[in-house]
Design a protein around this ligand. Structure first.
Ligand code: COA
Length: 417
């Protein structure tokens, strides 16, 4: 390695016909196994020198080409970067705007765009969301619409879906939000028709949120086959039907809005799907076997979509909300006692808000979430990690906060004090 470094001092820069090249002396005696490593080290060395003594712009361009080579050749994986970063690599200010409204870059000043939070230059990105009239999904869509997207929300109840669409549209002047009611995610043909209508009326489908879900509280022995089937059909088949109906549009969008992680995508991102799941099945939850089984399937589906469609530019991820305040789920499923008790069992000591699910959504759909694929983002204040606490006498978090040591069990540690 040392000798390669000193040999690398012999390499030089050539600038001709507007192109800059690093000329690396050939050393045939190195043999085929060492030659690629030699070329990479030599090139890196030149770029370092150039950076120290010369024009940063030129060295950045060279570094970029050198790193791209490193991705396929291998040796640069082991060479830590010594260069300053390009602005794109650390400047996140425009990211959440570019997620949906890249056209703003040419349309308004960055300052105006960031302070207004909306953009007069519509860029026609479209969100397609099932369960979009619900408390969580409507917040996800509203945040996207506020940033510049248009949307189609899908629901079973016509009035509820249409009213919610009108309400979401108030998040940004000029926003187009279609409320497509009477669509049951269990019916594939209904979803295909909804996706067709959405793309036809709004121009595309760039982001999908598969959020429609069914839930109630019952033990497994209280469930009829049809009860389990209903939840499986809504959550698992419904998510699958959503994927099938929207995938062609997502692939088109991913092709149009390519990202490489190195340069700011001029027209933002596209071709992304988020499944709204749960944490119930991580450690097991009584009265929720049907949903646990279904959400485990949804999680697996998201990974499959990531693996199979990722090479086409699609990203597929799961958001798993914990207990979120003021939602339909809480209203339908929580008792007064559990609503009161739940915050104590959450490490963050409170319930979440729909805004916090929307935040994760924007992250995954934005240029900041480019390399997150086949993953689950749990937004629960750490709750699922404590699903097993309070099983004994050590009340959470009172016992931890008291500073007491464990007593009353056989396996206690003997004090050395
Ligand atoms: N306990 C046990 N079984 C129940 C139940 C409960 N609380 N609620 C419904 N079921 C059973 C029904 O008895 C029926 O089974 P059966 O035919 O053997 O009697 C089966 O589930 C289907 O019920 P049905 O009301 O006909 O289905 P639906 O398609 O109209 O509704 C649900 C689907 C059951 C999932 C319903 O809870 C729903 O519509 N949920 C949507 C809203 C929602 O849950 N959002 C999620 C918030 S977290």
């Amino acid at each position: 390695m040392q000798s390669l470094r000193s040999l690398a001092q012999l390499s030089r820069i050539s600038a001709a016909a507007g192109r800059i090249r690093v000329i690396v002396p050939e050393i045939p005696s190195l043999g085929p196994s060492l030659l690629p490593r030699w070329r990479a080290v030599a090139k890196h060395n030149v770029i370092n020198r150039l950076h120290r003594h010369s024009n940063l712009h030129i060295s950045s361009a060279l570094r970029r080409s050198s790193e791209t080579e490193g991705q396929t050749e291998g040796p640069l994986w082991k060479t830590p970067r010594t260069m300053p970063m390009d602005k794109y690599e650390y400047d996140l200010r425009p990211v959440f705007a570019t997620a949906t409204m890249a056209a703003c870059h040419g349309g308004v000043s960055k300052k105006r765009m960031l302070t207004r939070g909306s953009c007069p230059t519509t860029d026609n990105k479209v969100v397609f969301c099932t369960g979009g009239a619900g408390s969580i999904c409507s917040a996800q869509v509203r945040a996207m619409v506020h940033l510049g997207a248009n949307a189609c929300i899908i629901g079973r109840n016509v009035e509820k879906t249409e009213n919610m669409a009108k309400d979401i549209a108030t998040a940004r002047k000029g926003a187009k939000v279609l409320g497509l009611g009477a669509v049951d995610v269990r019916k594939p043909e209904a979803l295909v028709a909804a996706a067709e209508r959405c793309a036809k009326e709004l121009g595309s489908i760039d982001f999908v949120i598969a959020g429609a879900a069914g839930n109630f509280l019952a033990t497994i022995d209280q469930l009829s086959p049809n009860a389990l089937k209903s939840v499986m059909d809504i959550d698992v088949l419904g998510s699958y039907n959503t994927v099938k109906a929207t995938l062609p549009y997502l692939v088109e969008s991913a092709n149009k809005y390519k990202v490489d992680g190195k340069t700011r995508p001029k027209a933002g991102t596209g071709g992304r799907i988020i499944f709204v799941s749960a944490t119930l099945h991580y450690s097991g939850t009584p009265l929720q076997s049907h949903v646990s089984i279904a959400k485990a399937g949804v999680d697996a589906m998201s990974v499959s979509v990531a693996i199979e469609q990722g090479p086409k530019g699609i990203t597929s991820n799961v958001i798993a909300p914990g207990p979120i305040a003021d939602t339909e789920g809480m209203a339908r499923l929580a008792t007064d006692a559990s609503r009161k008790e739940t915050p104590r069992l959450i490490p963050s000591q409170r319930m979440g808000y729909v805004k916090e699910i929307a935040d994760a959504t924007i992250y995954l759909f934005s240029d900041a979430g480019n390399f997150v694929n086949g993953e689950t983002i749990v937004v629960d204040g750490g709750q699922w990690h404590t699903q097993a606490v309070d099983k004994g006498a050590f009340k959470y978090p009172d016992f931890l906060l008291s500073g007491e040591t464990v007593s009353g069990v056989a396996g206690m540690k003997k004090s050395k004090l």
